[in-house]
Design a protein around this ligand. Structure first.
Ligand code: SF4
Ligand code: SF4
Length: 697
């Protein structure tokens, strides 16, 4: 069997020591203790988990987050989401071919549902990501009784998938630390308070009109929580996208990719292509390269990438072709992605005919934005619960902003229930505004660089909320106005010269700072570059690039400084006249010829394009109803079954809204889907509290 395990990683510890045998379709395979069923199957080269009952289309992983149901498999005859089910020894797993057959069960006589236990904490926090953990820490510090629950085995939310250093403010949100480190800091901080109880692997499944929240805990017990106040820090789910082939195994969300690579240490593919140039897509590309997976290209429909320029530049320098004003036309392959077809798009995002290009790849990452997971919050507001939303559940923004928004929600809650807090809410809201700011325009440096013999060159000139380089400099030579961290940093000798401590080089999340040292040789300058890859993966001769990724010189590394917190430093000697321009090096050869690309969205969509992936409802079926004047998504659901599948409309609802908007309907002319609890599947045995056990018992 193919082995798709990541066996070493420059940032993450790798522990593949405890093997777990399991059966796939009767064949003995091995996974590891930390695997889900999905990661164990993908590690063994299995990407097709079954076939759909309606059209026999191959099914595989898409979200890796329990939000869709495309990865369902059969475990002892029961259909389960492979991405959410931990692998267990000797599990007998089979592909889900069509609908699962009814299973024979013997129901004991006189069975009685046990009433769920009721718990009454002062505050319930749903979601243990940056917002929920920050809120728990704030409330705990004031002695408030808090129960925090999270549906994952580990607290930290998406932070646990982030191997890169974070932007933001060093003083307020641990900028300069890696996401995985921030997750640990926030978790420890919240756990330090006696009044804070935290339950991992505990899922909120419903909000009821009697103001109680139904949850299923790690032991599979169904409980009711009746808190005085609830904070919903439930995060976000990934947007889906309409294009032919969008449900082929190998088309996955960027978050799913990060989950498989950075949590499960599994390679979902051997060459990936990324759709979307926001921060999520750009970062996922970087994570792929760290894991040793080539990135064949990244496209963005807008004329500029929406993510931070330093992220974009970092990827371009490493050799990833980035094409703006381009869209995906189709994912191609019979039962798995074999290539992607892209095209230039015009100002209305329609593909320009004749500009199509097809690029071989086995994985296509969809990184086209996030949607708040807010079904539970919306119901809580409807039922007049004292409810708050924070982080992505409230507004999609960076994790740094989520930390502040969690703190603000905690303070607002405290105020409403009559407790004092010691925060300046106006200042917190200003900080939140700064950290949520979209990247501004790139500004060419407007000052003369000093002609010093040793100094940093800062290849970061866009307005973004970030300041670790300035905070870390021991002689305060890197300046960013503290009250407005959006300003790009500038280097000033004030009056001391740079002491070449390299701290700014190591801490910069954008790997955007180099040090030039002209002190030893007037013709050749030593340039120090940061590296977050194993040095033995680097080419012998480094193709050195400028800030945007153009190769400007080739040099053999003179010296590699051992890693501190997984950042190595590489020293190269270059002619004095190019030294200031050297910003990085190419890691992977440019796999696409960028110049070969010259020609959106809706014209690429065919009537056969799948909109509802659970029920396989097509664009053509939905568009025909809209053309007949139907603008109520409930009616579309009743007629076509779109949104009636196992995911509960979590992936198609936004797509149907897009089709309606595209057909000319304003938001107030569209009737949204009526949501009803339960929002996640719970088996009847669990609801009736008939003994502890694993899902599917
Ligand atoms: S190398 Fe050290 S002293 Fe020089 S600018 Fe960077 S942080 Fe400051
Ligand atoms: S140079 Fe400074 S402001 Fe720019 S990304 Fe690096 S640490 Fe942030």
């Amino acid at each position: 069997m193919e082995n798709n395990r990541i066996t070493r990683h420059p940032i993450l510890p790798v522990d593949h020591s405890k093997k777990v045998p399991f059966l796939w379709n009767g064949k003995l395979l091995h996974g590891y203790t930390h695997d889900t069923i999905a990661s164990a199957l993908i590690a063994n080269g299995i990407h097709v988990f079954g076939h759909h009952h309606k059209d026999h289309s191959p099914q595989g992983i898409f979200c890796a987050n329990g939000q869709c149901a495309q990865c369902s498999v059969l475990v002892d005859g029961v259909a389960l989401k492979a991405c959410m089910t931990p692998l267990q020894e000797n599990m007998a797993i089979r592909p889900l071919e069509g609908l699962p057959a009814p299973i024979e069960i013997s129901i004991p006589q006189n069975i009685k549902a046990k009433a769920p236990k009721e718990i009454k904490p002062e505050v319930l926090i749903i979601g243990g990501g940056p917002a929920g953990l920050s809120a728990a820490g704030k409330l705990g510090s004031l002695g408030i009784e808090v129960l925090l629950i999270d549906d994952k085995a580990k607290f930290g939310g998406k932070l646990v998938l982030q191997t890169h250093r974070f932007f933001g403010s060093s003083q307020e949100v641990y900028a300069g630390h890696r996401g995985i480190e921030i997750a640990e800091i926030l978790t420890k901080n919240a756990q330090a308070y006696d009044t804070v109880t935290m339950w991992a692997s505990c899922k909120a499944v419903a909000v009821f009109s009697d103001k109680k929240i139904g949850v299923v805990n790690k032991e599979n017990e169904y409980l009711l929580i009746a808190p005085r106040s609830v904070l919903f820090a439930t995060g976000a789910r990934e947007n889906s996208l309409m294009f032919p082939g969008n449900t082929l195994p190998g088309v996955i969300g960027a978050g799913a990719f990060q989950t498989l690579v950075n949590r499960d240490l599994v390679m979902p593919g051997k060459s990936i292509f990324i759709v979307g140039g926001g921060n999520v897509g750009l970062i996922a590309g970087y994570h792929a390269l760290q894991a040793g997976i080539p990135v064949t290209g990244l496209i963005e429909a807008m004329p500029e990438c929406g993510g931070y320029q330093v992220h974009r530049d970092k990827l371009a320098r490493l050799g990833v072709p980035i094409l703006t004003s381009h869209t995906i036309v189709s994912a191609n392959g019979s039962d798995h992605v074999e290539s992607v077809t892209i095209a230039e798009c015009d100002a209305s995002f329609s593909p320009v005919k004749g500009s199509e290009e097809t690029i071989p790849c086995d994985t296509i990452l969809i990184a086209v934005g996030l949607l708040p997971v807010n079904e539970l919050f919306t119901k809580a507001v409807e039922y007049e619960i004292d409810a708050y939303a924070a982080g992505d559940a409230n507004e999609i923004a960076e994790a740094s902003a989520a930390m502040i928004s969690g703190k603000i929600a905690a303070c607002e809650m405290l105020q409403n229930i009559g407790y004092a807090h010691n925060e300046d809410l106006i200042q917190l809201r200003n900080t939140l505004k700064l950290l949520s700011a979209r990247p501004g325009k790139a500004i060419a440096p407007s000052y003369e660089l000093p002609d010093s013999s040793v100094m940093p060159i800062i290849h970061c000139n866009q307005e973004i909320p970030c300041n670790p380089c300035s905070a870390v400099c021991p002689i305060h030579n890197i300046i960013i106005a503290e009250e407005d961290i959006l300003h790009p940093p500038i280097y000033l000798e004030n009056p001391k010269a740079c002491i070449n401590c390299t701290q700014c080089v190591r801490i910069c999340p954008g790997l955007a700072i180099t040090i030039v040292d002209r002190s030893k040789d007037s013709d050749f300058t030593t340039v120090t570059l940061p590296v977050e890859f194993f040095p033995d993966r680097l080419p012998e001769t480094l193709p050195l690039t400028d800030q945007s990724g153009n190769v400007i010189y080739h040099a053999i590394p003179e010296h590699i400084v051992p890693a501190k917190n997984s950042t190595w430093l590489i020293k190269v000697k270059v002619p004095a006249n190019v030294a200031n321009a050297v910003a990085g090096f190419q890691l992977q050869k440019t796999l696409m010829n960028v110049d070969a690309f010259s020609d959106s969205f809706f014209e690429a969509v065919t009537n056969e394009t799948i909109i509802c992936r659970c029920e396989r409802v097509t664009y053509g079926e939905i568009k025909a109803l809209i053309d007949d004047g139907i603008t109520d998504i409930n009616q579309i659901k009743a007629i076509t079954r779109a949104g009636m599948g196992a995911c509960g409309a979590k992936t198609c609802h936004s797509l149907i809204q897009q089709i309606l908007r595209r057909a000319g309907y304003a938001p107030d002319e569209i009737t949204l889907n009526t949501t009803r609890p339960l929002f996640f599947e719970v088996d009847f045995k669990t609801l009736a509290n008939q003994g502890k056990g694993q899902p599917g018992d």
